[in-house]
Ligand binder design. Structure first.
Ligand code: ATP
Length: 453
């Protein structure tokens, strides 16, 4: 199977080589699992976000957008239960002095013998587990006193609940309707790892969907289906995606039902997104702590209720990782090994590369003219440096679905070749038709060529 070739090491090295994702603060030796997104990483992540917004806003009329503050009133986290309960069980090893997450020892390495897990050598001396709060604490204002403690949000969801009342007033929506937001969240994770899968600073794409209480189950099912479809429409192979329902003892304090969307990463099945039926927990809590009424009142019937909430909560970084992992492939062209990202064209950082065959005879001038035209429509890249085969390989590695090559014939009849990343097919096409052709191809449904026909 093609996916056998992918490993996390290959993804990390491709990401660094081509500037998708770089270790942060590298000149100072790096900082734990902090990462920076480089040029192609920014373009790809922007496309992931754009597709999420598209699915939430453009393709529906019952979801509206929000971008709330990262630092919110500290009472928020009392009401939400995070201050008291957003903890992971922590153990210390008295021998190697390292700290581990007690429920994830099988993912950690012993401090002295990395080939085994903590607790597996006779010298390992683990303490009892104790609760460790994952919220990052800081202070606001110039004086550090008791009232100045605030927290970096550990999820974007609470900003949505705090705005619920205002949205009822200005958005002209009534349940069922949703508020969606993308933004950074922060968790002081005890154990990070697997590249950008688990970091302390990450980005979430969350939507809170407010429904009449008796419709909660139906909408929960609706969002399970919608969210699975989103990943498969964007090219994730269905046999690498599954829904896993939480056992009752696994459920968060607020949740009535949760299912995770999981992807088969190189390290095994892992969570991409959690879809939860949060009941009326959040609005009720914030109503109690703020003293405000957080309910919906129907102006016609007079009916009033606290809506229940269905929440699809996805990670932008994890989705990014899944898309790259799923796209990663290696094959051979004319005896030469090639690395190729078979990304959905909508996600590909660059849609088209414009390449003059040689750097003379008027080809670069014509190529630049074509490039200037195409970049008005799609993200395009011009490259004239090096042998044409090497330039194709560079584009394949970043997942560019199409390449336009300008040759001597182009100057005679104003046609170029259009190369396809996956089929390697080359078609001759009139320069004047290129833009239309690319836009039309971008609109086509797409599935991974790894699935076969
Ligand atoms: P996990 O069990 O992996 O710690 P979680 O169940 O705590 O995740 P949620 O609180 O449901 O995660 O957050 C929703 C989504 O946010 C997750 O599905 C994931 O995609 C993303 N996410 C959560 N924590 C992290 C993290 N430390 N790094 C990157 N993404 C994260």
């Amino acid at each position: 199977m093609a996916d056998d070739v992918v490993t996390m090491d290959k993804i990390v090295s491709l990401s660094k080589r081509r500037g998708f994702v770089l270790p942060s603060s590298e000149i100072y030796g790096g900082l734990g699992s902090s990462y920076d997104y480089g040029h192609y990483g920014v373009l790809l992540k922007n496309n992931v976000r754009a597709q999420w917004w598209r699915a939430m806003l453009q393709e529906r009329d019952d979801v509206v957008a929000l971008d709330s503050a990262i630092i919110q009133h500290p009472r928020t986290w009392e009401a939400s239960g995070h201050l008291a309960g957003f903890t992971d069980p922590l153990v210390d090893c008295r021998t190697c002095k390292l700290r581990f997450r007690a429920d994830k020892l099988e993912e950690a390495q012993c401090g002295r013998k990395p080939s085994v897990h903590p607790g597996e050598t006779p010298e390992c001396d683990l303490t009892e587990a104790r609760d460790f709060n994952l919220m990052f604490e800081t202070t606001v204002g110039p004086v550090k006193d008791e009232g100045s403690t605030v927290y970096l949000r550990p999820e974007t969801a609470q900003g949505i609940f705090l705005n619920f009342r205002s949205y009822l007033q200005f958005s002209r929506k009534k349940p069922p309707f949703g508020i969606a937001q993308i933004g950074k969240s922060f968790r002081n994770e005890i154990t990070t790892g697997n590249f950008i899968f688990r970091t302390r600073e990450f980005e979430q794409m969350e939507m809170e969907y407010f429904v009449p209480p008796d419709q909660a189950e139906r909408w929960f099912e609706h969002w399970l289906e919608q969210r699975i479809n989103w990943y498969t429409m964007l090219g994730i192979r269905p046999d690498h995606l599954r829904l896993r329902a939480h056992d009752p003892e696994e459920l968060s304090h607020y949740s009535r039902a949760t299912s995770d969307v999981e992807y088969l990463f190189p390290m095994g099945w892992s969570e991409l997104e959690g879809i939860a039926n949060r009941g009326d927990f959040d609005l009720t809590q914030h109503a109690e702590f703020s003293g405000q009424k957080l309910e919906y009142v129907d102006t016609v019937t007079g009916e009033r209720y606290v809506p229940h909430v269905i929440e699809p909560a996805a990670g932008a970084d994890r989705a990014f990782l899944a898309f790259i992992v799923d796209a990663y492939d290696e094959d051979e062209i004319e005896g030469e090994r090639r690395t190729v990202l078979r990304l959905h064209p909508l996600l590909a950082p660059v849609k088209v590369a414009v390449l003059p065959l040689v750097r003379k005879d008027g080809q670069p001038e014509l190529a630049r003219e074509i490039y200037r035209d195409l970049r008005e429509r799609v993200q395009a890249e011009y490259d004239e440096g090096g042998a044409i085969g090497r330039r194709y390989r560079r584009q394949d590695e970043i997942g560019t679905p199409w390449a336009v090559t300008i040759d001597h014939q182009s100057l005679e009849d104003r046609t170029v070749t259009l190369r396809d990343r996956d089929s390697l097919g080359q078609e001759r096409i009139a320069i004047g038709e290129l833009g239309e052709e690319l836009e039309q191809r971008l609109r086509q449904p797409w599935h991974s060529p790894k699935l076969g026909e």
